[in-house]
Design a protein around this ligand. Sequence first.
Ligand code: GLV
Ligand code: MG
Length: 329
Amino acid sequence: MTVTQIGPIDTGTAVHRPRRSCLAVPGSSPKMLTKAQSLPADQVFLDLEDSVAPGAKESARANIVSTLLEGDWGDKIRVVRVNDWTTQWTYRDVIHVVEGVGTHLDCIMLPKVQSAEQVVALDLLLAQIETALGLSIGQIGIEVQIENAAGLVHVDTIASASLRTETIIFGPADFMASINMKSLVVGGQPPGYTADAYHYILMRILMAARTNGQQAIDGPFGRVKDVEGFTEVARRSASLGFDGKWVLHPSQIDAANDVYSPSQEDYDRAEEIVDAYAWYTSAAGGNRGAVMLGDEMIDEASRKMALVVSAKGRAAGMTRTRQWTPPAD
Ligand code: GLV
Ligand code: MG
């Protein structure tokens, strides 16, 4: 797991490697597996599940192993999505891929998770493979997809089931089917309902993720040609605090990287708050705990909020465009 803790233990400020854009790549398509390497997504997940037909599962495993071993994935987070535990494929997916690629993999994504036990089962299997390969235990992380009513109801115990778990992901397509939502557009708002149909689901996932120091990732938006629609949906989860979103097509990557990064103004302001607050709380600044900074009162909680934005900005490679200097008295 790659978690950097900023300051005292406070899962709200735990920062992982950025996952603003998580690109889905069918394991059955050698062409897309090659193309994905050159795209600016923070994460790729090579799929063995729903984008791969049953008859192509075995050859997709082989494609994924060779592309992870031989491809140039740069500093992208490399994830493989296996089939869920209710199928006959899961154990072979995990063993074939992890034994085949060893350290050339960051996480296994487990879809359609319904209980903590399903996460524990994957954790134990990974520990055996890591031991057999001489890897350190826990080296391979887990990404959990919440895609049905049972998964959401149990999301708190699912999120805390394994220290390997790095992200909790919303899977809207399967979820919409699971609850009989009246729409056929993956990740879009169902017609006839004026509020945000996903608010409750997203917030439950976000609370479970943050309680356990994990990232919360929004799922796909099916209309890949509608980048405006994608951006609108992404803005909703980004505003709540989500860290990133799946992208199904190269056209969605820039929009995701943009929406899940702080704006330049917010990033500059966050760095300013951190600097100013450090000075005001020092002896030189008068040991003050609540001060005016511009038009706004800031205190320790403002510093925490600023740390989150500044960490996300730095992780995204942003640089500040202005410096803060103490007032001359
Ligand atoms: C993703 O797997 C989804 O079901 O939306
Ligand atoms: Mg799904």
